[in-house]
Design a protein around this ligand. Structure first.
Ligand SMILES: Cc1cc2nc3c(=O)[nH]c(=O)nc-3n(C[C@H](O)[C@H](O)[C@H](O)COP(=O)(O)OP(=O)(O)OC[C@H]3O[C@@H](n4cnc5c(N)ncnc54)[C@H](O)[C@@H]3O)c2cc1C
Length: 460
């Protein structure tokens, strides 16, 4: 499918009384002005600090860090190590699965995203030696650093769902949008399910994972496709979550649960996916119950016609093997990097910063969070390079635009304390409910902002 058609979309929204043509054009003009201008306030003061900076991972966090550091340092010496040919805008995977974006709408060649004069080593890091200040790579040997930006993202452990592998995604109508190809396979299957109906099984996973909203969005878009066809009476859907509730930011949870109730989609809590028999189209779960502090697990299974799942996630293995992970507390199990949650500086090695999905901090793993972490991490890294105390503080801001139907998004923005942190101009709306303006943001604005602003190290 091609890039969403503005004219068609606009007519649809006008018809539904969502927005007038004048409002829509005004909004586009404001977004365009942002794109053209940027707000490069961070770059007035340049730093003389020197040192070899190595960035492990060239995704949302890595490229944004490189671009911003380059613009802030007078004498930047920056190397990015990343094996990928492509820079993916992963939040677009949901919209591929919903038939709004095409497969090629969400990526650009990595070489086009690399900031000028930054060295790119196209390779994978296999180990960090934080005492010796060096990293080992798969094919380029040892690379020394003075300062390390550790941002290799998340590792999806597909093998932890029995019967599944990355290569077999989509087999037996068991889908996952946590992969570019997987997202593409989901759309025709979702469409078919919305027409034919049957048993739809949707679930998340028990580890911390990127974009906790994504599996909920797939469930809600599946239902909304059936609404558009007039076939919701053919659906029998359940959403299983491993958590004790559907969403843990109270300001938004009430409305989200209400939407599930309105659509007769039951939510079952503390349920973990164990495996899928794709041949028989049967999913295997365990239900966790806690009595007097003792956890017990009860297995059960379900036949399905259409299934969306996610696999357990962790920091990449080399992070733990390098001794950079939390060793105690809730974040220890999956190897997340042991950083201070306010400064994003490593707790043991002050010349290492870590942010993005691999960072062991108690907030949601989203690129919206990365957008707010980057300026803090840059400021604190430069303070460290200049021999000053790192004093910039990250408040845990993260955002998750939960697409509730074709035309509305519940834009969840919050901080470490789970307080809503509504950005202007959304504070003019009741953001505890789904809004059309957030749909416009999600579908039309965030992607160009990602490539044109965030990856260029600009504020927006
Ligand atoms: C389906 C889905 C939906 C999402 N929806 C949203 C959304 O609506 N809103 C939102 O804000 N966020 C969303 N996200 C989350 C968002 O994409 C991530 O939080 C963000 O990309 C994290 O940035 P990062 O730089 O930490 O990791 P990434 O962007 O994943 O980048 C990690 C980079 O590290 C590289 N790498 C990995 N291992 C190594 C290694 N050993 N050596 C060197 N390089 C390595 C990889 O090649 C990659 O380029 C979604 C994600 C998915 C999958």
């Amino acid at each position: 499918m091609a890039e969403p058609n503005f004219e068609k979309e606009l007519k649809r929204m006008e018809r539904n009384g969502v927005i007038t043509r004048a409002q829509f054009l005004q909004l586009m003009a404001v977004a365009g002005a942002f794109l053209m201008l940027g707000t490069d306030k961070a770059y007035a003061a340049k730093s003389d600090a020197r040192g070899r900076i190595v960035i492990v991972g060239g995704g949302a966090a890595g490229i944004s860090m490189a671009a911003r550091l380059k613009r802030t340092l007078k004498n930047p010496d920056i190397t990015i190590i990343d094996p990928s040919d492509r820079q993916y805008y992963q939040p677009g995977f949901t919209l591929i699965a919903g038939g709004v974006y095409g497969a090629d709408d969400v990526w650009k060649p990595q070489e086009d995203c690399m900031p000028e004069d930054v060295k790119w080593v196209k390779d994978s890091v296999t180990l960090v030696h934080p005492v010796q200040n060096r990293v080992e790579t798969a094919r380029h040997g040892i690379i020394d650093y003075d300062y390390l930006v550790l941002v290799p993202g998340i590792q999806i452990n597909w093998g932890k769902v029995e019967g599944i592998s990355l290569e077999t995604l989509g087999t037996g109508n068991a889908h996952s949008i946590y992969d570019h190809k997987g997202a593409q396979l989901t759309w025709p299957a979702m469409k078919e399910y919305a027409e034919k109906g049957g048993r739809g099984v949707f679930c998340d996973t028990y580890t911390k994972h990127k974009c906790g909203g994504a599996p909920k969005k797939v469930c809600l878009l599946s239902w909304d496709n059936a609404r558009k066809n007039g076939t919701t009476d053919r659906l029998d859907m359940t959403y299983y979550t491993a958590e004790t509730q559907l969403y843990d930011v109270p300001y938004f949870t009430t409305r989200l649960e209400e939407i599930y109730r309105e659509r007769s989609i039951p939510i079952e809590t503390e349920v973990r996916l164990k495996g899928i028999d794709t041949h028989a189209k049967r999913a295997y779960f365990e239900r966790i119950t806690t009595v007097d502090g003792q956890k017990t697990s009860t297995p059960f299974s379900e036949d399905y016609d259409f299934m969306h799942f996610m696999a357990p996630q962790s920091a990449p293995d080399f992070v733990r093997e390098s001794g950079l992970s939390w060793t105690e507390g809730k974040l220890a199990a999956d190897g997340w990097v042991m950083v201070d949650q306010q400064t994003l500086i490593h707790k043991t090695y002050p010349n290492i910063v870590s942010l993005g999905d691999c960072a062991g901090i108690p907030t949601s793993k989203t690129s919206a969070a990365v957008r707010k972490q980057v300026p803090i991490a840059v400021e604190n890294l430069i303070a460290t390079m200049e021999g000053r105390r790192p004093e910039a503080i990250y408040d845990g801001y993260a955002a998750c635009p939960i697409v509730t139907d074709y035309g509305h998004v519940l834009l969840c923005e919050f901080d470490y304390d789970k307080n809503p942190k509504i950005s202007f101009p959304f504070s003019l709306f009741d953001m505890s409910k789904e809004q059309w303006i957030a749909w416009i943001l999600k579908v039309y604005i965030l992607k160009p902002f990602y490539f044109q602003m965030m990856l260029k190290g600009r504020d927006f």
